[in-house]
Design a binder for this molecule. Structure first.
Ligand code: ADP
Ligand code: MG
Length: 404
């Protein structure tokens, strides 16, 4: 591994600044879904068991550098205490005299939660002064928020530069899964990319054709690829200004030896609503007044055969307009095939993306996947092959001499 974990740190008597993502839904001052908080328990427990004092650093929503009372982290305290089984002391600033006073008054066994880091404009500007002030509160920096690792902010990058730094348990699991899926994959490696638009996933497609053995393209973006091959897609979602781009991706795939699979049959309908009449047609036979809303059964069978011979799968984007049945059929079938192969120990499967996670849950397949990333933008940037500042700094810190 290229980064340190909590196992590499001597935590005894140390103040550990832990960057977490606790953007949870709140209604009337109460947390309504504490999943994100509960997932942090292993990191917090390991720090406390090792004799360290956790100091939580987090942003909440987008206050844009101003103190916005509605975006305070204070209402999260009861949920944090319940999840971690420890007293949580809240400090109304993430820096300065207030934070220092809260820290020195902290009793053994308690956790300190600092206020929303984005109340300070310096946070998103990665201001060195703010980084130094926050770093002064801790002895060790631990990043457990992969979902913000694509941002070079004080709490994700600046503080890490100044202290011995490591990945928390969640970050560690995410990095290990992503490394197994794309950096050092067992081959054949297959990518499934779907969703609405080519334009939002251009860089991702460009990176994947260089790395994967098979690229399965589905969803609305497949229509753009079909159109690029001169096929009439009727009223389907299709980005006309992306036809050259799609053709260029196909040409690049030919050069790199990446086999592309596009739908050979499709499900079309005249309306996108529950119970709308639909029919299965060859991909090049969409009527002028109809829309392609899903891949057909022959395509589903071809996808299953590719998955069956694969060792690793990486998935972003649903195969069809999965929100409304029956246009969820191809997504469900591919998801269940991947889930079964994973359960049988024959496939490493990693998936991410807001709608993708929803679709895999809806298919009842998510629990069987090797890893489901809830990181959103960070997951996509990683799939695009970009350097994530929050991860990169951990890699660079690893190269530094061990802490005293
Ligand atoms: P993710 O959030 O996982 O990255 P996207 O946001 O790119 O995924 O894509 C999901 C959206 O794509 C869904 O709203 C789905 O309805 C839409 N979609 C998929 N296939 C089609 C299609 N054939 N026509 C129109 N929309 C589609
Ligand atoms: Mg989406």
């Amino acid at each position: 591994m290229g980064w340190k974990t909590l196992d590499d740190m001597d935590l005894r008597g140390k103040r550990v600044l832990v960057r977490v993502d606790i953007n949870v839904p709140i209604e009337n001052g109460t947390v309504t879904d504490d999943t994100r908080i509960r997932r942090l328990a292993p990191t917090l427990n390991d720090i406390r068991d090792g004799g360290g004092t956790p100091i939580l650093l987090a942003h909440f929503d987008r206050p844009k550098g101003k103190r916005v009372p509605e975006l305070s982290l204070l209402p999260l305290v009861p949920a944090l205490e319940a999840a971690f089984g420890a007293p949580v002391v809240f400090c109304a600033d993430c820096r300065g005299p207030a934070a220092e006073a809260a820290l020195s008054a902290l009793e053994g066994g308690a956790i300190l939660m600092l206020e929303n880091t984005r109340f300070h404009p310096g946070e998103e500007q990665n201001c060195p002064d703010l980084a130094a002030e926050i770093a002064a509160l801790g002895d060790i920096y631990c990043n457990d928020a992969f979902s913000v690792a694509h941002r070079a902010h004080v709490s994700t990058e600046g503080v890490a530069r100044l202290l011995p730094a490591c990945a928390g348990r969640l970050m560690q699991a995410e990095l290990e899964a992503l490394e197994a899926a794309l950096s050092k994959p067992q081959r054949p490696l297959v990518a499934v990319v779907g969703g609405a638009k080519v334009s939002t996933k251009l860089e991702l497609l460009g990176n994947l054709v260089e790395k994967v053995d098979h690229l399965i393209i589905g969803g609305g973006m497949a229509n753009t690829f079909l159109a690029a091959q001169g096929i009439d897609v009727g009223k389907s979602l299709c980005e006309r200004d992306m036809l050259d781009t799609a053709a260029a991706i196909l040409a690049k795939a030919e050069k790199t030896g990446c086999a592309i699979l596009l739908p050979s049959d499709v499900v079309v309908a005249r309306e996108f609503r529950a119970g709308a009449e639909s029919e299965i047609l060859p991909a090049d036979a969409c009527p002028a007044d109809a829309m392609i809303l899903d891949a057909g059964p022959e395509t589903v069978a071809r996808i299953a055969r590719i998955l069956d011979s694969a060792k690793t799968l990486i998935w972003n984007g649903p195969m069809g307009a999965f929100e409304i049945a029956p246009f969820d059929t191809a997504t469900n079938a591919a998801a269940r095939t991947a889930a079964e192969l994973t359960r049988a120990g024959r496939l490493i499967s990693v998936a991410g993306g807001g709608d993708t996670v929803a679709a895999l849950n809806q298919a009842g397949a998510a629990d069987d996947f090797t890893y489901i990333s809830t990181a959103g933008g960070a997951f996509l940037e990683w799939m695009e092959g970009k350097t994530l500042p929050g991860v990169d700094i951990l890699l660079r810190k690893r190269a530094e001499p061990a802490e005293a």
